[in-house]
Design a protein around this ligand. Structure first.
Ligand SMILES: C[S@@+](CC[C@H](N)C(=O)[O-])C[C@H]1O[C@@H](n2cnc3c(N)ncnc32)[C@H](O)[C@@H]1O
Ligand code: SF4
Length: 450
């Protein structure tokens, strides 16, 4: 295993999209093409998903790779909510009909930075502008330190029944290094309160590979987590990407991070402990109790993956509202302005605030499907491929190393990832990534795969 780790621990994408964002062809993209892509790939019966980015946080966690704006001024809330509703209005005009929403995810930053009253005005505004599908199920990311009973109650009244809390690690030394102090008692309170109110899925986010984190810290954090029995556990590998502007990954040195082998051990032993306690690995980074709908979807092969990670909701269109959000209309992607001031400026010009994107080619669409199959079903079938022989040969050539290492097997044209090879799924997907293959990055664009 250690030799495999050495061999496959390279910089690689997490494949929440294909092509991956650094490989978007901005030349192919224009505001008009984005509008056409939306209009040509939908009809009134199709429900959509909404991702809403709420970027504000009161303090900076030094590991954080999310798009965030640190402030203690809560006067930023209302102008931002008005901007989100304006953006929804612009999309409604573009679609040409009132939208039907099946899924809303509030992400961040910290959605619970906003007061319950302001979140209610956002949701009232959305519910006034759109229909809500009968099978709608909404979710949000809560920071345990500022999620209140009132937040949980209010959101539940608006069909939110899944919440995930950022935990990361309970060890005081690690918490100090990442500038994130939070107590087990409070996490227990917000977990149990969500359950009492009626949330059907409570998730905890943990990270391995953090500064000063040892294998024991991870196991200890998992033991504390298991005692609270969250339905889902995200077990993320720390993505160290200090070269991304605005990330704020500082306050510790590279030497304070566990080395690749320790990091892998943290994952392996963490995974074993989770599995011994009734959690099943759903896909990359995600574990859930066997009766959680994510596990059921994995079993039924209906699991889906998009920019928000793994989901059971299948919608062809995911509209991202808010600063830095990414929208996905299956045939094209677009990203909103990443800087708050630029985002407001574009909206003031009555423009959907996208600044870049990618319109998929026929080849992209096929590769996208294979990577999605691998990420969600751990298998894919090349038998009816429309890829040209050069592309196909390149993929088979790339897969040889995984056959040699007994990580996958190929029968006829069906590629199956072995159970014990799931940890290398990013590497296996890279074998299909024709854009990455044709143009190797000159600088480091992605975090390490292990
Ligand atoms: C937006 S935060 C969750 C909500 C809230 N802001 C909080 O911190 O509790 C999303 C999650 O992404 C994960 N995350 C952020 N930066 C990461 C990084 N560099 N590597 C791995 N996971 C990261 C963390 O587990 C975090 O809980
Ligand atoms: S981890 Fe959460 S609270 Fe911390 S800076 Fe990132 S988004 Fe904000």
């Amino acid at each position: 295993m250690q030799d495999l780790i050495k061999k496959y621990n390279v910089a690689g994408p997490r494949y929440t999209s294909y092509p991956t964002v650094p490989y978007w062809d901005d030349e192919s993209f224009s505001y008009n093409r984005w509008q056409n892509t939306i209009q040509n790939s939908t009809n009134e019966d199709k429900a959509i998903s909404l991702y809403i980015h709420l970027p504000f946080c009161e303090s900076l966690c030094t590991f954080c790779a999310c798009n965030k704006r640190i402030t203690k001024r809560h006067s930023v809330e209302l102008p931002y909510i008005n901007a989100l509703l304006k953006e929804l209005d612009l999309y409604t005009i573009l679609y040409g009909h009132k939208l039907t929403i099946k899924d809303i995810h509030l992400g961040g930053g910290t959605p619970t930075f906003f007061s319950p009253e302001n979140l209610e005005s956002l949701l009232k505004g959305i519910f006034k502008r759109a229909f809500i599908a009968d099978d709608a199920s909404f979710s949000f990311e809560g920071h345990p330190n500022n999620t209140t009973y009132e937040h949980l109650k209010l959101l539940h009244e608006y069909f939110f029944d899944r919440v995930s809390y950022g935990i990361q690690d309970y060890n005081p030394e690690v918490q100090k290094a990442i500038n994130r102090k939070q107590s087990l008692e409070h996490v227990k309170y917000v977990t149990e309160t969500a359950r009492k109110i009626g949330y059907k899925s409570v998730g905890h986010d943990l990270i391995y590979g953090l500064p000063f984190q040892t294998v024991d810290h991870i196991l200890n954090t998992i033991e504390k987590t298991i005692a609270l029995k969250p339905d889902r556990i995200a077990f993320y590998s720390y993505a160290h990407t200090p070269w991304i502007k605005g990330n704020g990954q500082r306050g510790f040195n590279d030497a304070d991070l566990p080395d690749a082998e320790t990091k892998r051990l943290q994952y392996e032993l963490g995974k074993t402990l989770l599995e011994e306690n009734g959690y099943q690995e759903v896909g990359m980074d995600h574990f859930a109790l066997v009766d959680d709908e994510l596990c059921l979807a994995l079993k039924d092969k209906t699991l889906h993956r998009n920019f928000m990670g793994y989901t059971t909701q299948h919608t062809r269109h995911l509209i991202g509202l808010g600063v830095s959000s990414i929208s996905d209309a299956w045939f094209g992607f677009a990203q909103n302005e990443k800087n708050l001031e630029d985002y407001y400026k574009r909206l003031s010009e009555n423009k959907i605030p996208v600044f870049r994107g990618h319109i998929l080619t026929t080849e992209d669409l096929e590769i996208r499907t294979h990577i999605l199959n691998l990420m969600t079903k751990f298998e894919t079938d090349l038998s009816e491929t429309r890829l040209n022989s050069k592309a196909l040969n390149a993929i088979y050539e790339n897969l040889e190393t995984f056959i040699y290492d007994e990580l996958i097997h190929i029968k006829k044209s069906k590629i199956t990832v072995k159970q014990e090879a799931k940890a290398f799924i990013r590497n296996i997907c890279m074998a299909f990534d024709l854009r990455l293959l044709r143009k190797k990055p000159q600088t480091q664009l992605f975090s390490m795969t292990i």
